[in-house]
Design a protein around this ligand. Structure first.
Ligand SMILES: Nc1ncnc2c1ncn2[C@@H]1O[C@H](COP(=O)(O)OP(=O)(O)O)[C@@H](O)[C@H]1O
Ligand SMILES: O=P(O)(O)OC[C@H]1O[C@](O)(COP(=O)(O)O)[C@@H](O)[C@@H]1O
Ligand SMILES: [Mg+2]
Length: 472
């Protein structure tokens, strides 16, 4: 097998052969590489070649020309946008081991850090990074940076090895601890230099990825031989481009328990409403998926939809009908839903957490009291109960389920292979079911909101039969 040069990964625009049914070209997203700014680095054969137990079969190494398409559903009719605008289809380098690497295992000093809120599977990703680096590539200097970004410059890193982490995949949370805020670019990059880290694995959400972009840029500016990989974790699935984050499916599964309980409470009361608030600051994916899988939900409210309470076509009218028909109703709300309805003090309008994220008010508690007011006003003499369940931290502070654990392993291994191959400033992630490398800059700014015009939201509407809240 021939060594392919990193230059071959540079931005490519390849034409699909002329054919009336495939008139599009492909635009390969440029994946940053250490040789972009350190041109004298020399490639080495992959040390996996020397593994005495596992002999990589033909096709094991991923070629530079193998890509994953960003979009796999296209409209090829002549007047569709893809065809009429001739805009190329975006593609990403496929993730996986490369025949050539840019690190000598004995020279590697790897750092792993977790930032932001918890997500099921963080410990699995850490474990797999440690085990993968150690077992596949023979790396012996692997460190955990504790307490998030601030840990780089305020704490001593801890040494990690496979024995220490062997059962971490069974534990929720992050054994390295995490935090919000504390992002001090110069102090962080100084610490990376001071400790001699040359591979940095950063596990975190959208905020963390924006920080990782800054770290990557500063490392390039200082021309350091340090590769940076971001590993996206987002329990509420608000990061774009990737299909989903690890931990999302576990969170949806956990949410079922809360919805079941709300259903039972509601069914067991006269005019009972079961109300569940699920995570999702700006996106309603958990609420949507939990609603679709539960089938007990009468109405699902997410940040992406506008809704109103009073009058024709409003929530109260709908719930009144459901209570009349069924005697009970289940309402699932995402934490970011209806935020603009809740009255706020000036101080509350400005309140932010340490990372700068807006602090949301509790929509669940607010809507519960609004429901009670409405009922007392319109039906003073009839029994009515609202049982509010807020399983916020329960759905994310648990170990990952089997599917998510598998995802954690593959995303960690993808990160290791990419870094070993000299890629930097990238994120490994699932795109249309395949693992790919995406520039971190792109991931840091890609939002993943629920598209209320697509079929998935239409399914929610057909499962719940809830109103579309379009004022008559
Ligand atoms: N725009 C940004 N630039 C640099 N660092 C950021 C930025 N936004 C957030 N961070 C840092 O990233 C870390 C995690 O961010 P946060 O928003 O709390 O969680 P998440 O990464 O899960 O979205 C924090 O240490 C925060 O200071
Ligand atoms: O109380 P905390 O830990 O600051 O986090 C609460 C927030 O964390 C999340 O679970 C995830 O947010 P991040 O992706 O920013 O970590 C949000 O849904 C929630 O609002
Ligand atoms: Mg976030």
């Amino acid at each position: 097998m021939a060594l392919s040069s990193p230059e071959a990964t540079n931005l490519n625009t390849a034409k699909i052969p002329e054919n009336p049914s495939s008139p599009c070209s492909i635009h390969l997203q440029k994946l940053p590489h250490l040789t972009d700014y350190l041109p004298n680095l020399k490639p080495l054969p992959n040390p996996l070649e020397n593994n005495t137990l596992y002999h990589p079969p033909a096709g094991f190494y991923i070629g530079q020309s193998e890509v994953v398409l960003g979009k796999i559903i296209l409209d090829l009719s002549a007047d569709s946008e893809a065809v009429s605008s001739h805009s190329p289809q975006v593609a990403y380098n496929r993730a996986g081991p490369r025949w050539q690497v840019f690190f000598e295992p004995k020279d590697i000093k790897a750092a792993i850090v977790t930032c932001g809120g918890l997500c099921p599977g963080m410990n699995t990703v850490i474990r797999e990074l440690v085990v993968g680096l150690w077992e596949m590539y023979g790396v012996r200097q692997i460190y955990g940076v504790t307490a998030g970004y601030r840990g780089f410059y305020s704490r001593d890193p801890i040494e990690l090895n496979p024995k220490l982490v062997h059962n971490w995949h069974k534990l929720g949370g992050t054994a390295l601890e995490t935090s919000r805020g504390g992002f001090d670019l110069n102090k962080i990059v100084d610490a990376i230099e001071h400790h001699g880290f040359n591979q940095v694995y950063i596990i975190g959400g959208d905020g963390t990825m924006r920080g990782a972009v800054n770290i990557f840029n500063e490392i390039q500016r200082r021309k350091l031989n340090v590769a940076v990989a971001g590993i996206p974790k987002t329990v509420d699935n608000d990061i774009g481009i990737i299909d989903r984050s690890f931990g999302f499916q576990t969170a949806v599964e956990m949410a079922q328990q809360a919805i079941n309980a709300a259903h039972i409470e509601a069914e067991s009361a006269v005019n009972g409403i079961g109300l569940v608030k699920l995570m999702g600051r700006s996106t309603g994916h958990i609420a949507l998926h939990a609603t679709l899988s539960s089938r007990d939900v009468d109405c699902c409210l997410i940040p992406e939809i506008d809704f109103y309470l009073e009058g024709e076509g409003g929530l109260f009218e709908f719930l009144e009908k459901r209570l009349k028909e069924n005697g009970h109703a289940v309402l699932v709300v995402a934490e970011g839903a209806g935020q603009d309805m809740i009255p706020r003090t000036e101080a509350q309008k400005e309140e932010r957490d340490e990372s700068g994220n807006l602090v949301f008010l509790d929509f669940g508690a607010w809507i519960k009291s609004e429901l009670k007011n409405w009922w007392t006003r319109d039906h003073a003499n009839e029994l009515f109960t609202v049982k509010y369940i807020d399983p916020t931290y329960m759905i994310r502070a648990v170990p990952a389920n089997a599917t998510d654990n598998l995802y954690c392993t593959l995303v960690a291994y993808s990160a290791i292979h990419g870094v070993m191959a000299g890629y930097t400033g990238f994120v490994p992630g699932l795109i249309n079911g395949n693992y790919a490398y995406i520039p971190v800059e792109e991931v840091a700014h890609a939002r993943n909101e629920v598209n209320i015009k697509d079929h998935k939201w239409a399914w929610v509407r057909s499962v719940t039969n809830q109103p579309d809240f379009v004022k008559p």
